[in-house]
Design a protein around this ligand. Structure first.
Ligand SMILES: Cc1cc2nc3c(=O)[nH]c(=O)nc-3n(C[C@H](O)[C@H](O)[C@H](O)COP(=O)(O)O)c2cc1C
Length: 155
């Protein structure tokens, strides 16, 4: 927590790039935890055009579906390293309840959507929330907190 003199504490989070190496991600996470940051947001847009991203020749940060697998992988790296020591916020290519569920199972306590909101409108959040309830009921989860990191607890 950071706070202005005499002011209320302000939660500060650090946001990581999907273009960081796993080693850089773990080092950034260590610093974030040492500094008492309130969370780590994974991820920002990518400037990489490696692999399938070569299909998007425009310059600048790429968001949305093409970013999904890399952002999910970054989250997995962070969750393996941090466990439940610090909240992780999953973002990057989330557009459906299945995407959000996958991200929460991979260790996200919260998810953020940006590009999907632009393409699908403000009801995206509602449809994701309703879909999440169905997916949780299907799998026998009673609360989102039970879902957080569930993949890493699989036998
Ligand atoms: C037009 C645009 C502007 C953005 N501006 C910011 C910004 O100012 N700060 C920031 O941390 N991330 C910014 N982002 C990144 C998003 O917050 C988000 O991390 C990224 O787009 C991946 O999520 P998405 O696939 O749901 O869009 C921006 C993304 C877009 C598309």
């Amino acid at each position: 927590m950071a706070s202005l003199k005499g002011g209320k504490p302000v939660p500060l989070m650090v946001k990581v790039s999907p273009d960081m190496t796993d080693h850089e991600l773990r080092a950034a996470a260590d610093t974030a935890m040492e500094c008492g940051m309130a969370g780590i947001v994974a991820t920002n847009t990518t400037i990489s055009r490696e692999g399938s991203l070569a299909n998007y020749p425009e310059s600048g940060g790429l968001s949305g579906r093409p970013l999904k697998e890399r952002a999910l992988n970054v989250l997995r790296v962070l969750h393996r390293h941090c466990g439940s020591t610090i909240p992780l916020i999953g973002v990057g290519g989330i557009g459906t309840a299945e995407d959000a569920y996958e991200r929460i199972r991979a260790g996200a306590s919260l998810v953020q959507i940006y590009t999907a909101m632009i393409y699908n409108g403000p009801y995206t959040a509602k449809s994701i929330n309703l879909g999440l309830l169905d997916l949780m009921a299907r799998d026998g989860f009673k609360s989102v907190s039970e879902v957080v990191g569930a993949d890493s607890r699989k036998p």
